[in-house]
Write a new protein. Structure first.
Length: 178
């Protein structure tokens, strides 16, 4: 048992952090008092904390990058399995990432889905799952357009969004109509 110098309460030794320079090798304040002190300091000195964290990161940056590369090379299957599991548990994560490229939020996606009556803007196929809706975008301007089914989105991409190719396909289909 040890008495905390801050709160004055006598507590078991496991309620104190270790301190190698004190006689009993424990800090003079209990863990809860120490955490309160740390929080007060962080709240009072946000800029110094930010600078300290940045300097600490920069000192060890190269080492961290090297260790991360080694870990990635040695654990490819583990990382892949984790990624697959994460995407299953968080299906909206990938969608949020894609949407953010075009300056859209998840709420924007849902309002587009609702305004399109939950169906493809080209063929009208109803989306069974939200993941069936693909955000179409112009590859030149990078502006988003509407939600398409996978088939229509892929077809546009394969045709390189070229109107002449598409019109040529229409003429071809009409030529062979019976």
């Amino acid at each position: 048992m040890k008495k905390c110098k801050e709160c004055g309460i006598e507590k078991p030794t496991y309620d104190y952090y270790k301190h190698k320079y004190s006689k009993d090798r424990l800090m003079y304040v209990c863990k809860s008092c120490w955490l309160i002190r740390c929080k007060v300091f962080r709240d009072d000195n946000p800029n110094s904390i930010k600078i300290s964290n940045k300097n600490s990161y920069l000192k060890k940056r190269e080492e961290r990058i090297r260790k991360q590369k080694i870990y990635s090379e040695n654990n490819k299957e583990k990382i892949k399995a984790y990624s697959i599991e994460y995407k299953k548990k968080n299906p909206e994560y990938s969608r949020r990432t894609v949407l953010s490229k075009y300056g859209l939020l998840l709420s924007d996606f849902y309002s587009m889905l609702e305004s399109q009556n939950n169906s493809c803007a080209i063929c009208g196929t109803k989306f069974i799952k939200k993941s069936d809706a693909k955000l179409d975008h112009d590859h030149i301007t990078n502006k988003h357009r509407e939600l398409l089914c996978n088939g229509c989105n892929t077809s546009l991409g394969l045709m390189k969004e070229n109107k002449e190719y598409l019109l040529s396909m229409v003429r071809y289909i009409k030529k062979w109509e019976q």
